[in-house]
Design a protein around this ligand. Structure first.
Ligand code: PGA
Length: 240
């Protein structure tokens, strides 16, 4: 089963830093063994919007997919400052991270807005990574059911990222047993989609989390290419 490893750069890297990051990855992936191994899995980077068209060519060459970190809850139209799914056409964006806890906290995003963002992305065939803490799962999927009763027809475009808020950026990842339990609950009681984990993923714990989930969302440890490459090396050493 292919795993998905997402580097979420948040509002950090500028274009020079991002190009340097990809060049270092290129060097690492130049090793044919690494290249073959990661061809079986999904490597995704989530840069800030303005970097996307500049990074596209190199990312495409390295078979690294591009994600946006957010998307408008609206379609095209008079929504100053918003970037909607249709605006991304032709830019090679395959994924959108939706409902990250930092968006919920700092930008007051509600379950309803997030349901709209999911639906807008799906209309444009963009795969979504819906971030939830445990308490968000039920209300988030309930609103989705209420607003978009046919949403399950787009289920193949949904991945859920279980992201306990306390684990994000704290250096204290969640207990793997708890992650395993939540992953099982999501798949058995809510929706049978890939479930990934995010929250202080590191060289020490990445292999463990990949064994019990369908992937990881990495923040801090993805900002420097050397650290991200160390993560990939830790993955490659293990049977996942
Ligand atoms: P972190 O971020 O790896 O720095 O904890 C994860 C996330 O925000 O998804």
């Amino acid at each position: 089963m292919p795993k998905t490893i997402i580097a979420n750069w948040k509002s950090n890297l500028n274009i020079n830093q991002a190009l340097y990051w990809l060049e270092q990855l290129e060097e690492y992936l130049f090793d044919p063994k690494a290249k073959t191994f990661f061809a079986d899995h999904n490597l995704v980077i989530a840069p800030s919007y303005p970097l996307i068209p500049v990074l596209y060519e190199l990312a495409h060459k390295l078979k690294i997919k591009l994600a946006v970190q957010d998307i408008s809850p609206f379609g095209a139209g008079s929504y100053t400052g918003a970037v909607c799914a249709k605006n991304l056409a032709g830019l090679g964006v395959s994924h959108a991270i939706v409902g990250h806890s930092e968006r919920r906290r700092h930008f007051s995003e509600t379950h309803e807005m997030i349901a709209d963002k999911l639906y807008q992305s799906w209309q444009a065939e963009i795969s979504t990574v819906l971030c939830v803490d445990e308490s968000d799962i039920k209300p988030q999927l309930l609103i989705l059911d209420e607003k978009y009763p046919d949403w399950a027809t787009h289920q193949d475009l949904l991945t859920i990222a279980y992201e306990p808020v306390a684990a994000i950026g704290s250096g204290q990842s969640a207990d793997p047993d708890q992650v395993k339990r939540v992953v099982t609950t999501i798949k058995q009681d809510f929706v049978e989609v890939p479930v990934i984990y995010g929250g202080s993923v590191s060289v020490e714990n990445i292999a463990k989390f990949l064994q019990i989930t369908d992937g990881v969302l990495v923040g801090g440890a993805s900002l420097r290419a050397v650290d991200f490459i160390d993560l990939l090396k830790a993955v490659k050493k293990t049977e996942i």
